[in-house]
Design a protein around this ligand. Structure first.
Ligand code: CA
Length: 227
């Protein structure tokens, strides 16, 4: 269930928004104070935060600035029509969108849906195209592999093998599985090809940097552990 935090000191607005979001199937929590709001964001996980700007305790821009140091949870700022709010500063400060009070609830709902959609597609793209294990990173689109800040040159086969193992992190992969997925079903070469390529990867990724990424599971195969 999508969970939304409402930080808004005008209790009528907060209650109205909470009610409407409830009708739409969102789970909500609300608070009327800036400091309390920031504490809730720190302690719990929300899918989205609706953040008023003028708040007692701590203002919305300051909450946004502080929360961006530890989370990328989407934020929609609620701004008063006649308040001096620099929209550019708000969006530069890491807000995903803003809406001016008073607003039609349909508009707020549309903006919430848009922000959640954007987050979902960004998350999906990220998880498919970028991998991190310890200090090893792989950017699949750019075909760049790094250990720390150092680029590591891999052949196409080495890259494909590492990619498949990263996509199946924490899963022990047999030689047969790796041959099938990385070399292809019709591979008729040496059956120890996997071991040879694992050795190449280790000599490029582990030995120069003194790290351990690929683990051998005796009698089974290999695994990259994300620990
Ligand atoms: Ca307010």
């Amino acid at each position: 269930m999508t969970k939304i935090l409402i930080v808004e000191d005008e209790e009528n607005i907060a209650r109205f928004v909470e009610l409407e979001l409830g009708y739409e199937g969102y789970e909500t929590e609300k608070c009327y104070d800036g400091r309390e709001g920031l504490a809730m964001i720190k302690e719990r996980t929300y899918d989205l935060v609706l953040l008023d700007i003028m708040l007692p305790g701590l203002n919305g821009m300051e909450i946004l600035r502080r929360m961006r140091q530890f989370t990328d949870t989407p934020v929609i700022m609620l701004t008063a029509r006649d308040a001096v709010f620099d929209k550019v500063a708000g969006l530069d400060g890491g807000a995903d969108d803003y809406i001016t009070k008073p607003f039609a609830i349909e508009e707020l709902l549309a903006r919430i849906r848009a922000v959640l959609r954007k987050r979902d597609s960004a998350g999906a793209a990220k998880s498919h195209n970028f991998f991190t294990v310890g200090i090893l990173t792989m950017d699949v689109d750019q075909r760049v592999v790094k250990v720390g800040d150092s680029h590591v040159d891999l052949t196409k086969r080495e890259f494909d093998l590492l990619h498949y193992m990263l996509a199946n992190v924490n899963i022990v992969l047999s030689r047969e599985t790796l041959l099938e997925h990385v070399w292809g079903f019709d591979y008729y070469g040496e059956t120890n090809a996997v071991d040879v390529y694992i050795r190449y990867l280790r000599s490029k990724l582990e030995e120069p940097f003194g790290i351990k990424i690929i683990h051998t599971v005796r009698g089974v195969g290999y695994v990259i552990k994300d620990e």
